[in-house]
Design a protein around this ligand. Structure first.
Ligand code: ADP
Ligand code: MG
Length: 379
């Protein structure tokens, strides 16, 4: 079975399709807040190739990090844990001291995941890189309730949707790893892109029924386990919240995943100043709106005793040849996808997104007409 319930350390991956939406900022501030609340917390910079968690934490980059661990077998993972000046908060730096680690291979990723799962802490927050590559998604799937950060900009929301979509299908692929018939079917249905006819989880699972109804039942169980949430960052006004609801609707309609939200964060001009003073706002200005909003998110996390409700273990590849097959397929697919993914996916996902937006526009239009009619009748 793939699921381990109630692991002692709660791993919270923080992802987001797009760069610059505030993943690292949220990770740093949430970490500081969880520490202030008395929880032993470790932050891990997994944005290989773009590591900057140390500077968002206001720290000089002096310690070995994930990059050193990956490039030097003599480096022990727990030796990477560095102190911070904030209470109960430690962190593992990324790869700033070692160049050229962004493209890690399958075995390195598995090794990292195993070590992360063994860390002892109350909360382990993962600052992930941008994009929806298999590596990022696999770190995200260390928990069934990771956090996706998005800004209200259409491009960012669209990227978040693509990220969630990749996560669901990746999880399904992993659920059926080694069952070549299902793998082939899944790969084919995910690739099938007809304009105006989006790939939906319901359709994919429906088609699976023809292979074996037991497969559909298993796939449904897996999809039901996914409980991601979003944080809407960089909010400037109330209208910005509507687009988050579009994302929720699209995710529910097409992916059969119930997306929840941990809340929003305003666009706080003070953050730039905070970087000058080199400490997260939650530490330097705990009364600021941004820090209060971070606290709100932290409270939701600590008050939910099973957050993440279930943790996903990774011991699922039994035979070494099976593993080799999966590894190579994955590494090669990754290589290929790096070259072609963005344009292709952005285009089809955009079509789906436009559909939802125009539906909502229609609803707003109808609502306006109703209001107009009602007010005319009142006159
Ligand atoms: N709510 C916010 N208000 C103002 N600036 C923000 C906010 N969230 C993030 N930023 C700023 O945006 C920039 C990008 O944020 P960062 O966390 O590095 O993004 P990511 O990790 O997603 O690439 C940083 O300068 C950060 O301080
Ligand atoms: Mg970042």
């Amino acid at each position: 079975m793939v699921i381990t319930q109630r692991r002692a350390a709660k791993i919270i991956p923080i992802a987001g399709g797009k760069g610059g939406v505030g993943k690292t900022e949220v990770c740093a501030n949430l970490g500081v807040r969880l520490g202030q609340l008395g929880y032993d917390t470790i932050l891990i910079d997994l944005d290989l190739g773009g590591s900057n968690l140390h500077s968002t934490l206001g720290l000089k980059n002096r310690h070995s990090g994930v990059g050193n661990f990956l490039s030097d077998k003599s480096v022990g993972f727990t030796n990477l844990i560095a102190p911070t000046p904030y209470p109960n908060l430690r962190f593992i730096p990324g790869d700033v001291l070692v160049a050229g680690t962004p493209n890690i291979v399958f075995s390195q990723k598995q090794s990292l995941i195993r070590h992360i799962e063994k860390l002892e802490a109350d909360y382990i927050l993962l600052d992930l890189g941008s994009g929806a590559s298999n590596n990022v998604v696999d770190f995200f799937l260390l928990s069934n309730s990771g956090i996706v950060i998005t800004s209200p900009h259409v491009g960012a929301v669209l990227n978040s949707y693509s990220f969630l979509k990749n996560t669901v299908f990746r999880f399904l692929m992993r659920a059926f790893a080694g069952q070549s018939e299902v793998e082939r079917y899944l790969r084919k249905s995910i690739k099938e892109r007809r304009p105006g006819n989006p790939v939906t989880v319901a359709n994919v699972l429906g088609g699976m029924q023809e292979l074996d109804p037991a497969f559909t039942a298993k796939a449904r169980r897996y999809v039901n386990l996914l409980q991601p949430s979003i944080v809407l960052n960089l909010v400037r006004d109330g209208d910005d919240l509507n687009i988050a609801e579009s994302l929720r609707d699209l995710t529910s309609n097409n992916l059969d995943v119930k997306l929840s939200t941990l809340g929003m964060l305003i666009h706080d001009e003070g953050l730039a100043a905070s970087h000058r003073s080199s400490a997260p706002l939650t530490h330097s200005l705990p009364d600021s709106l941004f820090a209060v909003e971070i606290d709100r998110i932290a409270q939701k996390i600590v008050q939910s005793p099973e957050f993440p409700t279930l943790a996903l273990a990774t011991e699922m590849y039994s035979d070494s040849f099976e593993l080799m097959k999966i590894e190579s397929a994955e590494d090669l697919a990754e290589l290929h996808e790096q070259l072609t993914r963005h344009e292709r996916q952005d285009q089809t996902d955009a079509e789906e997104f436009i559909q939802i937006l125009s539906q909502q526009k229609k609803q707003i239009h109808e609502l306006k007409n109703t209001v107009r009619m009602l007010t005319m009748r009142d006159r």
